[in-house]
Design a protein around this ligand. Structure first.
Ligand SMILES: Cc1cc2nc3c(=O)[nH]c(=O)nc-3n(C[C@H](O)[C@H](O)[C@H](O)COP(=O)(O)OP(=O)(O)OC[C@H]3O[C@@H](n4cnc5c(N)ncnc54)[C@H](O)[C@@H]3O)c2cc1C
Length: 416
């Protein structure tokens, strides 16, 4: 079933009786060539690109809950390609290009909105760091504009320009960054994968691995045993738990990240604004809600909701830089479980168990990576070779010390 403006009009006139389910609801088969664990953004894109780019279609995506019920449907939807370090910057640059073509490719409205991401700078040192980052972005063909304080004022006049503690010196504007509708991204890739014949199996929790002579044979699930030629993990916040079932201990901790949304307001925030020194960021959804968040909660947790201390911390940081927030009512807050790696960068790699692959450690930045992650993970699963764009996302970097530490803050997941 194709989607178009004409179809929406027609269905409106017919009382919306002609829409069909967007994907099938198949029973699990006894065996697949590839089993992907996790029906979030990364699992679904992996299945889609395995089918599309590599012609492998005998695939199951096993999801313990419902598709998109994890972090892919809980994030603040920021998409950007403003990384500094080689190894990250090419990967996210490719990801942004995939975002830009996603709606046409999937024939699905993911509400990609490139309204820009502005990172605020409050010191000369930060301006220098942003100039360097901007140059790196330009050098690989992405966009960046270094704004002075007047430039920031024109772009975002509602910010607190009188702050003594955090004077606004300027900022780095990344015009092609922006936001997308997170659920629609999951649904769009799910529909695309289903159309290639991928089985999307919901309410199917993986509870163990069957491993013989060091090679994975299949997975034990809440719906019975399923054999597999290869098994790919893409379980985000549950990465360490699922990997532990295969006897693996990973350099990943799980932490909660909260986000909040206000009542709907008229358009006020032009794109995404980030206030790194206070750890706060905000954008405005198409419905008008101010969507904002800040730091992780300060302890390990598997609860997909957060505590009041962090709520207070985020509101305080928000009020310091965006005082108009004080006039808005907050409607909702929620949390997601983040798979925090020890250098802040992800892992897309083989594991020591034959036929078992790992995609995880996305920290709080995996939404923007969704298409490129699936693209590169599919390549790894299909060819057994790391994709050149994800070549730095090796698991052994934690043993060799060749870390990819974009934050430059050392091996701690909860950096404040
Ligand atoms: C509040 C918040 C704000 C964020 N903001 C941003 C942002 O603005 N930009 C950005 O780039 N990133 C952001 N992120 C991070 C981003 O959402 C994640 O990094 C990314 O979604 C993780 O990948 P995923 O979509 O595959 O995860 P998920 O959607 O969590 O998918 C993993 C799936 O695996 C399933 N699963 C787990 N265990 C099992 C099992 N045993 N068997 C079967 N299935 C299992 C889970 O149910 C889940 O559906 C944010 C996250 C949160 C929580």
């Amino acid at each position: 079933m194709g989607y178009s403006g004409f179809k929406v009009l027609l269905e409106g006139l017919r009382g919306n009786t002609g829409w069909k389910p967007v994907w099938r609801d198949p029973a699990p088969k006894p065996r697949y060539d590839v089993v992907i664990i996790g029906g979030g953004g990364h699992g679904l894109t992996t299945a889609y690109y395995l089918a599309k780019n590599h012609g492998i279609t005998n695939i199951a995506v096993l999801e313990r809950g419902y598709l998109g019920g994890g972090n892919v449907g809980r994030n603040t939807t920021i998409v950007r390609a403003n990384y500094l370090l080689p190894g990250n910057s090419e990967f996210y640059s490719h990801s942004l290009k995939l975002w830009e073509g996603m709606e046409q490719e999937l024939n699905y409205n993911t509400m990609m909105s490139q309204r820009g991401v502005l990172n605020l700078a409050h010191s000369d040192g930060q301006m220098d760091a942003y100039a360097r980052r901007g140059n790196q972005m330009l050098s690989i063909g992405d966009d960046a504009i270094l704004l002075d304080a007047d430039g920031v004022r024109k772009h975002a006049p509602f910010l607190n320009f009188d702050s003594q503690r955090f004077p606004i010196r300027g900022g780095l504007l990344h015009g092609r960054g922006g936001t997308a509708r997170h659920d629609a991204v999951a649904w769009g890739y799910a529909r695309g994968a289903d159309q290639f014949g991928v089985d999307l199996i919901q309410n199917c929790e993986v509870t163990g691995f069957r491993i013989e002579r060091g090679v994975v044979q299949g997975v034990e699930t809440s719906r019975g045993y399923i054999g597999a030629g290869k098994v790919g993990m893409a379980v985000a916040g549950r990465t360490s738990q699922v990997a532990a079932m295969a006897g693996l201990r990973l350099p990943i901790e799980s932490h909660v990240l909260q986000a909040f949304v206000s009542e709907g307001l008229k358009p006020v925030i032009p794109g995404v604004v980030t206030f790194g020194m206070g750890h706060f960021y905000v954008s405005q959804s198409d419905k008008g809600g101010l969507v904002f968040g800040g730091d992780l909660d300060f302890y390990n947790s598997y609860a997909a909701r957060g505590n009041l201390t962090t709520l207070e911390h985020v509101m305080e940081a928000g009020m310091a830089m965006v005082p108009i927030l004080g006039n808005a009512k907050v409607l909702r807050g929620w949390g997601g479980i983040m798979d925090m790696s020890m250098d802040g960068s992800p892992i897309i790699d083989r594991t020591p168990v034959g036929g078992l692959y790992l995609n995880g450690g996305w920290c709080y930045g995996g939404f923007k990576a969704t298409p490129a992650s699936g693209w590169c993970y599919a390549h790894l699963l299909a060819t057994d070779q790391p994709h050149p764009l994800a070549a730095r996302y090796r698991l052994d970097r934690f043993a060799t010390g060749d870390l990819l530490d974009e934050g430059g803050a050392g091996p701690r997941p909860n950096r404040h």
